[in-house]
Design a protein around this ligand. Structure first.
Ligand code: AMP
Length: 143
């Protein structure tokens, strides 16, 4: 069993520090949401806590509570923005669990009847398209 420390140079920590860009959709004191650059469907959004944690197991419960509230808020906006029939919400822990970025994050993916989820890390999306999707979600958050 591996017991690995949090790496403050992971890519989501860099997004939180503003060192690399992201298509941001929501931010509050404890959480940030932005578009996944390799979406498994249009509108695929990630929600992360600002407090450092590799995953579910090492996160502070108060941070998890704030994350859950933001996931619900963002999920409602994503569903409305894309007029989705449903949502798939998922979270991976450690490489064995499918995790590739080791800062806790929750995926929110709009789903449509009869449309399968695209492959995880299938390919980079067009930044202009992602910017448009982020704008749609931000607009839905303001309603
Ligand atoms: P996982 O750790 O397997 O839950 O997935 C990490 C997710 O982060 C993948 O869906 C990637 O497409 C996504 N990702 C990786 N780098 C970035 C980035 N710079 N900005 C936004 N999403 C990213």
């Amino acid at each position: 069993m591996t017991d690995t420390a949090y790496d403050p140079d992971n890519i989501f920590a860099k997004i939180l520090r503003g060192e690399i860009p992201a298509h941001r959709v929501y931010e509050d004191a404890d959480t940030l949401a932005f578009m996944d650059v390799m979406p498994q469907g249009p509108g695929h959004t990630l929600v992360i806590p600002k407090a450092p944690a590799r995953g579910l197991l090492d996160a502070d419960p108060a941070s998890l509570a704030a994350l859950a509230a933001s996931v619900q808020r963002v999920a409602r906006a994503v569903k409305a923005a894309f007029e989705a029939d449903g949502l798939t919400v998922f979270q991976f822990n450690e490489a064995a669990g499918g995790q590739t970025v080791f800062h806790l994050h929750v995926h929110v993916v709009p789903r449509f009847d009869g449309v399968p989820l695209q492959r995880h890390e299938g390919g980079m999306a067009d930044p202009t398209v992602l910017a448009g999707h982020a704008e749609r979600i931000r607009a839905a958050l303001e309603v």
